[in-house]
Write a protein that binds this ligand. Structure first.
Ligand SMILES: Nc1ncnc2c1ncn2[C@@H]1O[C@H](COP(=O)(O)OP(=O)(O)OP(=O)(O)O)[C@@H](O)[C@H]1O
Ligand code: SF4
Ligand SMILES: [Mg+2]
Length: 385
């Protein structure tokens, strides 16, 4: 029935192309759930990242989106080896990150930096901006010559649009947008190749968000950076990303060039996310497909069998959906390029209109999920996506 063309599996032993900076295969990060007086009994696991396969190309911006709790931050942290992988590999510039230890790991970290959602909690309030920026540079031997270091500090501030006087101030003296600029300057201070920006603008006012996004784009060009931008909002990653990956309960369900993904979302979950984004044009807005997802994200400690999305999927079929986990694969459909991958057994039939959406049984979501405080019945208004 399926017209699957290619399936990627973590076991594929394929050479990494030169244009790939980060190569992730079968990555899993499971957190043990401990019980008992001394928390000495493992009673289960949170499957935060559970089979991620993806590559980030040199110089690109990869946008990673998904609901709160789907594992985006854990994945970003695992790339930088801030979380230990349970299984799978991360190759950074051809080097297996898990194999690095001690001094070699510390030196490699210079190439991979993180920008956090909340700059205030990630910047030590007792340090001046100068000391915050110098810290990383000193740790990596980039501040040995005092004069050169001062010049570098000024250059960094100018790159992120802050005046030299900012060096003597403390984080609390700045606005949210300015603090995020300091966070970005700190990441830049050690000349990284990759920046993982975890919800970099979520905590900022809408008016400031665009400025920070523009700044990230300018810096990318100036310093030849590669970005992984993590967000729960498709609208945020749309303009900044070259490619977008959609994550659901620990793994990608769809990945494509940004324009292709927004033009033709193929996975039911992506279609639902996309249908929640309003369109400025009133005619298109009226005809827009609206898919309201039933229930919350199921608990990553007890993920559904088969397709992780089957408890909420309006296109769920009797066969395969709740028994067989779909792999991320390319599909044979006119107008869909080989770079567009989707993890759904029935993506072709759904796209061709051969399978119609149906109501989702909310009690089923409740039964599997066990935490659907605001479970809402699904309503689907068919129309152009
Ligand atoms: N150190 C940890 N120990 C146990 N569970 C954890 C730990 N870190 C994260 N989790 C759990 O793993 C799951 C994924 O969390 P993660 O923070 O990666 O999600 P996220 O997609 O970044 O969510 P958000 O959009 O809210 O930031 C969540 O259920 C979270 O509670
Ligand atoms: S595999 Fe089945 S349940 Fe999963 S997204 Fe596709 S149709 Fe829905
Ligand atoms: Mg997060």
């Amino acid at each position: 029935m399926s017209t699957a063309a290619t399936e990627t599996t973590p076991q594929d032993d394929v050479a990494v192309p030169d244009d790939v900076l980060v190569d992730v295969r079968g990555l899993k990060v499971h957190f043990p759930i401990k019980r008992g007086v001394f928390f000495d009994r493992t009673v289960g696991h949170v499957y935060a990242v559970d089979g991620m396969d993806m590559q980030i190309k040199r110089g690109e911006t990869y946008g990673l989106v998904g609901e709160s709790g789907c594992g985006k931050s854990t994945f970003g942290r695992a790339l930088l080896r801030l979380e230990e992988p349970t299984e799978g590999t991360v190759l950074f510039d051809g080097v297996d990150v898990a194999s690095l230890k001690g001094e070699t790991l510390r030196r490699k970290r210079q190439d991979m930096q993180m920008v956090f959602q909340d700059p205030l909690s990630s910047l030590d309030p007792r340090q001046t901006v100068e000391s915050l920026l110098l810290e990383g540079m000193q740790a990596h031997g980039l501040a040995k010559d005092g004069k050169a270091a001062t010049a570098r500090l000024r250059e960094l501030l100018s790159a992120v649009g802050l005046p030299p006087a900012a060096l003597r101030k403390y984080p609390h003296e700045f606005s949210g947008g300015q603090r995020q600029r300091i966070g970005i300057a700190r990441a830049l201070s050690v000349n990284p190749q990759l920046i993982v920006a975890d919800e970099p603008v979520s905590a900022l006012d809408v008016s400031v968000q665009a400025q920070v996004v523009n700044l990230l784009e300018e810096l990318q060009e100036e310093f030849s950076l590669t970005y992984l931008v993590v967000a729960h909002d498709l609208a945020v990653v749309r303009h900044i990303s070259d490619r977008v990956g959609v994550m659901y309960l620990g793994a990608l369900v769809e990945e494509a060039d940004a324009d292709d993904l927004y033009a033709m979302p193929l996975h039911p979950y992506t279609r639902a996310l996309m249908s929640a984004v309003p369109v400025p044009d009133p005619t298109t807005e009226d005809r827009r497909e609206r898919i309201i997802l039933a229930g919350d994200l199921p608990s990553p400690a007890n993920p559904p069998t088969g397709c992780r999305f089957h408890t909420r999927c309006p296109w769920k079929q009797e066969e395969r959906c709740d028994t067989e986990r779909p792999q991320l694969r390319t599909i044979e459909l006119e107008g869909v390029p080989g770079t567009h991958r989707v993890a759904c057994h029935f993506a072709e039939q759904i796209q061709r209109g051969e399978i119609q959406p149906h109501e989702v049984d909310v009690s089923f979501v409740e039964q599997v999920d066990a935490q659907p405080d605001d479970a809402t019945p699904v309503t689907v208004e068919p129309g152009a996506p």
